[in-house]
Write a protein that binds this ligand. Structure first.
Ligand SMILES: [Zn+2]
Ligand SMILES: [Zn+2]
Length: 230
C-alpha cells in the first residue's frame, strides 16, 4: 500500500490515526459530518490524500456515507450494536477455538505487548485510548488466524462496538478488566472450551453494558464542555 508523502511529510496513515484519535477522544462526536475541504485544510494536504483516508475509514466502518453524499462519523444505535454483537458471537468463539487448537505454532508476543498497552491506558485513565485498544485486542486475535477476510470483518465490527461503548456506556462497566488476559491465557494453554466460554462471556458482558446503560448518546454541546474542562 502506498504512503503518499506530502510536502510536510505527513502520511495518509498518520492522518488516519489522528482522526481516529480525535473520534475516540470524542473531539469529533459520532454523527458529526466531515468534509474533504476542511480536513484537507486542517492537515495541509491535498483533497486526494483526504479522499484516500476517508475511503479507508469508511471501509473500517468508522465513517459512513449518507445517501445525500455527506460523510459522517458512524453513530450506531443500541439496536445496531446488539446486531453487531450477535454477529461477533457467531465468529469470535470460532476464532479463539481455532487459535487454541494451533497455539503451539503461534507467536503471542503481539498479544502480550498489546495487553500491556491496555494496562497503561487503564492506569493513566485515558478512556478514549482504552476503548480503542480494547477493540484492537479482537483485531489482533483475528490477525493471528492469518485469514485476511476475517481481519477485515472484525476490523469493521469491532470499530462499531467501540463507538457504541463510547456513546452509551460509563467507564467502569464497558471494559471489563482482565477479561482479555483471561481469554489470551486460555488460548495460550490450548484450552479450547475455556477460551470459547470466556469469549462468549466477554461479548455478553459488553452487550449487557451497552444495552443496560441509560446514558444517552453524547451531544456535541457536552463535548465542547468536556473540551473546555468544565
Ligand atoms: Zn474485548
Ligand atoms: Zn465479565
Amino acid at each position: 500500500m502506498s504512503e503518499n508523502h506530502n510536502k510536510r511529510g505527513r502520511t495518509e496513515r498518520e492522518i488516519q490515526q489522528r482522526i481516529l484519535r480525535a473520534i475516540f477522544e470524542l473531539r469529533m462526536p459520532p454523527g458529526a459530518r466531515l468534509t474533504e475541504s476542511v480536513l484537507a485544510e486542517t492537515f495541509s494536504v491535498s483533497r486526494t490524500v483526504i479522499r484516500l483516508v476517508i475511503a479507508r475509514l469508511t471501509q473500517d466502518g468508522i465513517l459512513v456515507k449518507k445517501p445525500n453524499g455527506a460523510t459522517c462519523i458512524a453513530a450506531p444505535t443500541r439496536a445496531e450494536i446488539g446486531q453487531v454483537l450477535h454477529v461477533r458471537r457467531m465468529i469470535e468463539p470460532v476464532i479463539v477455538k481455532d487459535l487454541s487448537g494451533s497455539y503451539k505454532n503461534l507467536s503471542f508476543s503481539s498479544i502480550e505487548e498489546h495487553l500491556k498497552k491496555e494496562d497503561s491506558a487503564r492506569l493513566s485513565g485515558s478512556y478514549g485510548d482504552l476503548v480503542r485498544l480494547t477493540g484492537e485486542f479482537h483485531l489482533h486475535l483475528a490477525k493471528l488466524t492469518g485469514n485476511r477476510f476475517l481481519v477485515d470483518l472484525i476490523a469493521q465490527l469491532q470499530a462499531l462496538v467501540c463507538l457504541g461503548v463510547l456513546m452509551y456506556t460509563h467507564t467502569e462497566t464497558a471494559c471489563p478488566e482482565d477479561e482479555h488476559r483471561q481469554i489470551a491465557d486460555a488460548i495460550m494453554r490450548g484450552d479450547k472450551s475455556l477460551a470459547v466460554e470466556r469469549m462468549i462471556h466477554h461479548l455478553d458482558h459488553i452487550e449487557q453494558a451497552i444495552l443496560s446503560s441509560s446514558k444517552n448518546h453524547v451531544q456535541f454541546s457536552e463535548t465542547l464542555k468536556w473540551l473546555s474542562g468544565k
